[in-house]
Every structure is written in C-alpha cells, then in structure tokens.
Write a protein of this length. Structure first.
Length: 81
C-alpha cells in the first residue's frame, strides 16, 4: 500500500470518529427546530421566535436528516478493496 493511500485512510478514520458526535449534535438541534416549527415544543423551548413557523420545521427536518446521515456514515464499515 502506498503512503498516500495510508494517509487518506487515516484522514477518513479521523473524520468518521468526529462525525458521530457532530451528527448527534446536528440531529438533536434538528429535532428541536422541527418541534418548535410545528409548535410541539414544551418548557423553555416553547418560548422562541421559531415557534409555529413552518420554515423552521423544514430546516429542522433537513438538519435532522444530515445529522442522522453523519451518524450512519460514522458507524459504517470501511470498504475492502
């Protein structure tokens, strides 16, 4: 295996290990935004300018999907070449 290939594998391994926590953060934020946009939030989350605004529901759903995608990518197995 050439050194460049090993270097790329190391970078991918680091990126995958970081993508889990970042994906979790994005998924949680996306869920909160979606709840606020759909006017389903409670407690301190219910007092926001995003409350009952469908735009935030859409933005939250997109962010939630991206976060879940990052989590899935982080746990995926590497390809065998």
């Amino acid at each position: 295996m050439c050194p460049a290939s090993m270097e790329i594998q190391t970078i991918v391994r680091i990126a995958k290990s970081i993508s889990g926590p970042i994906g979790l953060f994005l998924a949680v934020m996306g869920g909160i935004w979606t709840l606020q946009g759909l006017n389903l939030a409670w407690g301190v989350l219910a007092r926001s300018f995003m409350q009952n605004d469908r735009h935030w529901a859409v933005y939250g759903a997109i962010l939630l999907a991206v976060g879940l995608g990052l989590i899935a990518w982080g746990f995926s197995k590497p390809r065998q070449s």
